[in-house]
Design a binder for this molecule. Structure first.
Ligand code: PGA
Length: 249
């Protein structure tokens, strides 16, 4: 049985005071759920968030990491630094990292391997741009993103992988993939993983949808059989909205 997951990607939002306030509200309002609930504050507030949530079921995850163990990489953070403060899961490949920080499939492949080598769980993000969808190239593009970063992994790595399909045209735009579009792509992703690895791995990997998930559309998107949860940006910054999305799963 694969995990249901709702994760909040706070991006570069919330200072320390805002982080603490949002975490307190989320902890207080978290419903009883079998789903895994995760939040990802900005780097400087991660250690504090872990402390704040030590008695909560909400997991704190990181938005990014470098692939090197340590060294002369000004401004970067390593897997070990995350593990050391109690972070076991890292988002890799978010489209904003790809678009604004030049992260290529090759770099992402190194990051995925570094995280796995450190026994971390990876939430790997990928998804097509609007032009890809308009030209009918979205399946090819998604397949190549998966192939370039994940297809040379060992079978044993897969229990530590979560996939997050995030069509770039739906991120922060208010435009969402329809539940049918999400299901169609998620089924394609599962089939692609089954062909490259095996059906067991494909059946057990959680595939999240991300891109303008809101309280009003979450339930319908999550009701699709191959959608195992969501990676939530904007709506994860408002406690009542994020909690409503958690309830929707
Ligand atoms: P959004 O962001 O929910 O604000 O569209 C999703 C994401 O970037 O993960």
């Amino acid at each position: 049985m694969r995990n249901k997951i709702v994760a909040g990607n706070w991006k570069m939002n919330k200072d320390l005071t805002g982080t603490e306030a949002l975490l307190e509200e989320l902890s207080a309002k978290l419903p009883d759920t079998n789903a895994k609930v995760m939040v990802s504050p900005t780097f400087v507030n991660l250690a504090n968030a872990v402390q704040k949530l030590k008695d909560s079921k909400i997991e704190v995850i990181a938005q990014n990491m470098h692939f090197a163990e340590n060294g002369a990489y000004t401004g970067e953070i390593s897997a070990n630094m995350l593990l050391n403060i109690g972070i076991n899961t890292v988002i890799i490949g978010h489209s904003e990292r790809r678009a604004y920080f030049g992260e290529t499939d090759e770099i992402l492949s190194k990051k995925v391997k570094a995280a796995l080598a450190n026994n971390m769980q990876v939430m790997f993000c990928f998804g097509e741009e609007l032009e890809d969808r308009k030209s009918g190239n979205h399946f090819n593009l998604v397949e190549s993103q998966l192939k370039n970063a994940l297809f040379d992994l060992d079978l044993a790595a897969w229990p530590n992988i979560i996939l997050a399909y995030e069509p770039v045209w739906a991120i922060g735009t208010g435009e969402t993939a329809s539940p049918e579009q999400a299901q169609e792509m998620h089924a394609f992703i599962r089939k692609t993983i089954a062909e490259a690895f095996d059906t067991d791995i494909a059946e057990n990997v959680s595939i999240l949808y991300g891109g303008s998930v809101k309280p009003g559309n979450a339930e319908e998107i999550f009701s699709k059989p191959d959608v195992d949860g969501g990676l939530i940006g904007g709506a994860s910054l408002v406690a009542d909205d994020f909690i409503a999305i958690v309830k929707a799963i």
